[in-house]
Design a binder for this molecule. Sequence first.
Ligand SMILES: [Zn+2]
Length: 299
Amino acid sequence: MNINWPDALELGPVTVLTGLEKGKYPHGNSVLVKGTNQNVLIDPSLTVAHRGVPIPVDQVLLSHVHEDHIPGMSQLQGIPVSCHEDDAVGLTSIDGLMSMYGLPQSVEQEFRQEVVTDFFYQPQSDVSTFSDNAIFDLGGVEIQAIHTPGHTQGHCAFLIPQARTVFLGDIELSGFGPYYFDAHSSLDSFERSISLCRSLDADHFVTFHHKWVISGRDLFLQMLDDFAKVISNREAEMLEFMTEPKTVDDCVARRFVYRPSVDMNLVDHVETRSALIHINRMLKQGRIAKVREDTYQAV
Ligand SMILES: [Zn+2]
């Protein structure tokens, strides 16, 4: 079947519907999987919302529920949508979606509006869910869900063995590193999920964002290691910074996530979340100690 889509990449029964700027946020790379009985679209992106769906689709699967992974649903009215049970709350109402991010009110107000106007959010009344390791049979082609929590609780990768391809969702392998700062995120889970990804048996690794498609397992493993190192490097830098006693506010001002030049109203919130997550973990591990109220020092 010939699919009319600029920059589409065919990998046997899989077609990567490359998003604008190779899927750079707010866009993303959606994936079509074509079986003899049905076609499935994974993560309908903002580019799909703008261009439409190139072939009829019977079902939508989501790697997770975030604003940039669902805007194409606006082109798929009445098509059944499925996500992992732990993310379903974000599909049924915008309040549910907002609870997954856990943003401070000052930031949330504007973002909530953007989700509706720029990402076409509409609550889904008919959501079906799947559990860890669900398998979808499309006729001659299978999609295997692999629960990879951390970015969200229900985040899943999808393996399509017949295409030797994995869709990694927001295990996006970018230089920014893993995003684990939401209310529904978990740093420890994310690290376990990255370890799990090391055993994925495939030749093509599709990320939702601008790293796009990585072909070759060795390159993938190298990129996965570099991605994980963003976390360990951040923690090592924080530990070094805490040679002298430091507060959470000191960590926020020093910036361990964003470069000083980045100016977004989300920055302080993310830096605060990151500081708290790593301080709590390093306290538990005995690598830092609390020396005064809200003041910590490397041991
Ligand atoms: Zn996401």
